[in-house]
Design a protein around this ligand. Structure first.
Ligand code: KIV
Ligand code: NA
Length: 278
């Protein structure tokens, strides 16, 4: 199958067919997600947290995003790849935003870019769209502004906040965005935005009313030490535990001499059961 396109995403919404998105940061994760049938892969700047070990997404650079996007594209050549524009690579000048988005596509191989923010991004988004770049918006909790917001707080709880969210979402659609991610938004506000737009909403911690869902890969499979599951995450596997126990078994077998065995060793005369390249 071919990568999903913005028009197909829109028709999925019209048909009530939910869009399944997950993040990916490298070749094996992308490959497995493509084999699993995800609709869209997001090279999220959450890679700063879950892959690079930073406290926030603020230290993530455009070069980081290009490097990881290239690996994801190699792993999932038949899947739509969206890459986050990282902290302060937009909102400067429209021209700089265009140059940076173009690098994510030309050097990284992304099919679309994602930016955090609302109506104030209208002109920047319109310029990207005019250059042929599919743009996805990101509203609600916007992690690149966490130092300003003062924490990972649920958004849209009061009426004014919900109204602003709706106005921002409409402005993004008006500017030409092809979808909007809603992060940590109360369910009724996210549902209202989803009903008001003709482009799909993709929720994370935004409840059941969105047109699609996205989760961070490492949260979805509990890949990482000391992860405390967040309310909005459903862990479908505990890969962290699987890895810890496999590596610890390896360590003890090396130490007690149980690995390697005869079957892992090479003899002067090639054995009939030897595998070709190994
Ligand atoms: O970086 C990321 O993983 C994201 C998702 C949470 C939407 O932006
Ligand atoms: Na992100």
């Amino acid at each position: 199958s071919q990568p999903l396109t913005p028009p197909k995403m829109k028709s999925m919404k019209a048909q009530g067919s939910p869009i399944a998105m997950v993040t990916a940061y490298d070749y094996p994760s992308a490959r497995l997600a493509e084999e699993a049938g995800v609709d869209v892969l997001l090279v999220g700047d959450s890679l700063g947290n879950v892959v690079l070990g930073y406290e926030t997404t603020v230290p993530v650079t455009l070069e980081d995003m290009i490097y990881h996007t290239r690996a994801v594209v190699r792993g999932a050549p038949r899947t739509m790849i969206v890459t986050d524009m990282p902290f302060a690579t937009y909102r400067g000048s429209k021209e700089q935003t265009l140059r940076n988005a173009a690098r994510l596509m030309q050097e990284g191989g992304a099919h679309a870019v994602k930016l955090e923010g609302g109506a104030e991004l209208g002109d920047e988004i319109a310029l990207l769209v005019s250059a042929g770049i599919p743009v996805i918006g990101h509203l609600g909790l916007t992690p690149q502004s966490v130092l300003q917001i003062g924490g990972y707080k649920v958004q849209g709880r009061d009426e004014a906040e919900a109204a602003r969210l709706l106005a921002d979402a409409k402005a993004l659609e008006q500017a030409g965005a092809v979808a909007v991610v809603l992060e940590l938004v109360v369910e009724p506000a996210a549902a209202a935005v989803s009903r008001a737009l003709s482009i799909p909403t993709i929720g994370i911690g935004a409840g059941r009313g969105c047109d699609g869902q996205v989760l961070v890969y490492h949260d979805l499979i509990r890949y990482g030490s000391g992860i405390r599951d967040k309310r909005f995450v459903k862990p479908y596997a505990d890969v962290g535990e699987t890895i810890r126990s496999a590596v610890s078994q390896y360590v003890s077998e090396v130490k007690n001499g149980r690995f390697p065995e005869e079957s892992h060793a090479f003899q002067t005369q090639a054995q009939p059961q030897e595998k070709p390249t190994t």
